[in-house]
Design a protein around this ligand. Structure first.
Ligand code: DGL
Length: 274
């Protein structure tokens, strides 16, 4: 049976499952519906127009599923589509519903982790090109310098389950070296792609122990819990039976085989033709 008014969690594919895991941990009573747009992933290399169009289509589907609130658990979608959806589309489609992203909650807090005021961002091409992290961090922490590095090979390595193999070391080291060569003073690195926590062990190999590596899942979960407290009108509409359902726009068999790597548990997904 489907949850009645679940919180929607969206990603281009599997990465958002790393965030969903933390959302469920923080908010176990709530119902969630997860959608991975695997058929059109990766988003990280696509144009603004494509990412916006795909994300909007998926948000509209979540609203048909009766979700009062949708979390874009994808940095690329948050960077390229969220603002337009919030400002231009939501007032027309459904002004009572909400769409939130992962960039704002992260940038609100990231400045508290750095002592040197130098933060490194590792993300997809799309997120880096959007400059969203630089722009948002500047608003909350004007004295923090932001250095960005796109790691276009990291998502394919993870999606192909090659991230624990020796070949992945080359690309992980390359990304880290390029980031750290931009400043000797970086003491905090943000994994600003929901896939990257899976590379954490390898990343730690190439980063000195005094540099903090930050993943977003827990930050986003805390921020959502806080949002629901501050917005009882949304909170009341979210059903709470502790149910989670999964949808993918591509093969359910592939989704179920891969999902456990990200989610930590096996799942049984449904197919969405979009
Ligand atoms: N999950 C996406 C993100 O957080 C990256 C995957 C993709 O390129 O589709 O940016």
């Amino acid at each position: 049976m489907l949850p009645t008014q679940p919180i929607g969690v969206f990603d281009s594919g599997y990465g958002g499952l790393t965030v969903l895991k933390d959302l469920i941990h923080k908010l176990p009573a709530y119902d969630f519906v997860y959608l991975g747009d695997n058929a059109r992933a990766p988003y990280g290399t696509r144009s603004f127009e494509s990412v916006y169009r795909y994300t909007l289509e998926c948000v509209q589907w979540f609203f048909k599923m009766d979700c009062p609130l949708v979390v874009l658990a994808c940095n690329t979608a948050s960077a390229k589509a969220l603002r337009t959806i919030q400002q231009n589309d939501l007032p027309n489609i459904n002004p009572n519903n909400r769409v939130l992203g992962v960039i704002r909650p992260t940038t609100e807090i990231i400045g508290t982790f750095t002592k040197t005021n130098n933060v490194g961002i590792l993300a997809t091409n799309g997120t880096v090109q959007s400059n969203s992290y630089k722009i948002e961090i500047e608003k909350f922490f004007p004295s923090v310098n932001v250095f960005q590095q796109a790691c276009p090979m990291w998502v394919p390595l993870i999606e192909n389950n090659e991230h624990n193999n020796a070949g992945a070391d080359y690309f992980v080291k390359e990304g880290i070296d390029k980031l750290l060569s931009q400043s000797r003073n970086i003491d905090t690195i943000l994994l600003a792609c929901t896939h990257y926590p899976l590379l954490r062990q390898k990343i730690e190999k190439y980063v000195s122990a005094d540099i903090k590596i930050i993943s977003q899942g827990e930050i986003v979960a805390n921020s959502l819990a806080d949002y629901l407290k501050r917005h009882p009108e949304i909170n009341e509409r979210c059903s709470k039976h502790g149910k989670v359902v999964f949808y993918t726009t591509d093969s359910t068999e592939d989704f179920d085989n891969h999902a456990a790597i990200f989610y930590g548990k096996t799942v049984k997904s449904n197919h969405l033709a979009i």
